[in-house]
Every structure is written in C-alpha cells, then in structure tokens.
Design a protein. Structure first.
Length: 313
C-alpha cells in the first residue's frame, strides 16, 4: 500500500533582502514515514520548514500540508499539525506541567498528559518554570507539547539538541512510534546519527535547493557515485598469532590481506556477509578464535560531507 502524501513543496522560493535563501526547492513527505531534511547552516532547510509550518509565506511556488495552504488555512491545520521549534517557542514564565496541561486542553482528544509526562521524564521538573529548565529539559517539554494533540504531521527542529543519551533514546523511541501510528514526521537535524537511525527518507539541501535525496541505504550507495558492494575493510582481531597470507587464496580475486600485528589483520575488498563467513571458517580450521570484527563502512556523515563540502559556512 503506497504512502499517502502529507507535505508537498513545489518550486519554493523565499528571498531575504533580494537574495534567494530557498530557490526552486521541491520536497515531499509521506504519512507513516520520517523524512529528515539535512543541510549545512544557511542552506535553506529551516526556512523551508517554516514555510511548511505557516510561519513564513513563500515568495513563489506552492506549499501544501494535508492538502491545505499552511498560511491561508492555518486555523484548519493547527489541530492536525505538531511543531517543535529548536528554541522551544515556549513562554518562559510558565511551569512545565502547567504548560503541557494547558496545551492539551486545546485538543478534542489529547494524549493523556500523565502518561506523556512520565514517558518523557517531565515529572522531575513539573513545577519548574520554563526559563529555569536546562536545554535538554526544555526540549523534552517542547516535544511533549508538539505531540500531545496526536498530530497527523509533526515538524521537529533539532529534537534531541542538548539532551543526554538517555533522553535522546526516549525521544527516538517516541518518534518511531508516532511514525508507526501513521504520522508524517519531518525532522531537521545536524546529528547524522539521528538521521541515520530514524529516517525513512533523507533530503539533503544546500544553497536553497535539494542536491540529493533517498533512503539512507540509497545515499550510502550513491552519495559519491560508488556502490554498496565497492571495496571496504574488515579488521579481524584473533586469539592467537596467525599468518593470514593463505586467506587471500580462500577469498579469491579482488581481495587483499594485510598482517597488522600478532593478533590482528585486515581484509580489503568487496566485503559482504559471505566474506565474514569465509574468514571465520578459515580461522576455525586453524583453531583460532575471532575476538573482534570491525567493518569500515561509510556513514551518512561521510556522504553529507562529500555532498556539501568540508569548509566552514
């Protein structure tokens, strides 16, 4: 069953002082999927998402969220859309739990706030005003406020910024559950690990336009024009010294073997699951135990840097 479109951006243009910050950008996000929008600082991703949220009006092009114009149809969209801004966008003098309860009362069928507060650990700072919260605590409250109305579309700007590892994992789990329940989640983040772990679809933006998109696997395969099956490195640590020269014949053409130390060697070539099986079987025949295996796989961060460059913006 195909995913239904939830966010559609066509030919979006947004100018500031005559300069196009977003320049003819196309983007689609679907229900039941997490779409990660990545880009360097100043690439236009935040402006694009703000146009989708109805916070800014496009200068050209079209933006539709659930088939509606976010600016003209704002009142109709607000009950169906959740927004988490990077700075929280929360009044600083209100206590955390009071803020969540207040927002929940605006919806016909909100998520029970007791359960949501417990899930995101809000009870520990329920009576603390927003201005006194740490960055991570403020982010957790902002996420609770964004999801309490059971949104069909959820916009998350740097959702785990400032969070400790425990909080980050809790947030990621909640995002996956919302996705699995059918929400369209549009995520902007500078954490490549976050995008790689959460995204069903990745859109890379630079200089106001989309320069690459696809699943994480697609981008890892084609981000630099190389295939997934191209050369990799398998570093093998073993329990006893072994001369791996004979392993090259076992693996066949296209592979290299380097003896790195008394307890480790490296295999280079088209490393696949079968390669690992061949290596471990060869060692087992010599009664040598593998103590550790490491693969030199490319990451989404590698692809991102190849696409957008390594110079500071």
């Amino acid at each position: 069953m195909p995913h239904s479109p939830a966010v559609e951006v066509r030919g979006l243009v947004k100018r500031y002082d005559g300069r196009a910050v977003v320049d003819g950008l196309d983007l689609t996000a679907s229900a039941g999927r997490v779409t990660a929008v990545l880009g360097p600082n100043g690439a236009g991703k935040t402006t694009t998402v703000e146009c989708c949220e109805g916070l800014r009006a496009p200068d050209a092009g079209s933006v539709r969220v659930l088939g509606l114009d976010p600016v003209a149809d704002g009142p109709a969209l607000r009950p169906r859309v959740g927004v988490m801004l990077q700075d929280g966008g929360l009044p600083t003098g209100v206590r955390a739990r009071e803020m969540l309860d207040h927002v929940a009362r605006m919806y016909a069928d909100p998520v029970p706030t007791d359960a949501l507060a417990a899930r995101l650990g809000l009870d520990a700072f329920a009576r603390t005003t927003v201005r006194r919260l740490s960055g991570g605590q403020r982010q957790r409250l902002a996420l609770a406020v964004a999801v309490v109305g059971r949104p069909q579309v959820l916009f998350l700007d740097e959702p785990s910024a400032g969070m400790d590892p425990q909080s980050r994992l809790a947030v990621w789990e909640l995002v996956r559950e919302l996705r699995d329940a059918g929400a369209a989640v549009v995520l902007t983040t500078h954490l490549m690990e976050e995008a790689e772990g959460l995204a069903d679809h990745v859109v890379v933006v630079d200089h106001g336009t989309v320069i690459a998109q696809g699943s994480v696997a697609d981008l890892l395969a084609s981000g630099t024009g190389t295939a997934v099956d191209d050369d990799g490195t398998l570093v093998v640590r073993v329990s006893a010294d072994v001369d791996p020269a004979g392993l090259r014949e076992r693996l066949g053409a296209g592979f290299g073997v380097e003896h790195r130390s008394a307890s480790s060697f490296a295999v280079t070539g088209p490393v696949r699951p079968g390669t690992v099986a061949d290596v471990t079987a060869w060692l087992a025949e010599r009664d040598v135990l593998v103590t550790r295996l490491d693969t030199g796989r490319r990451t989404l961060e590698d692809v991102f840097l190849d696409l957008t460059g390594r110079s500071l913006r």
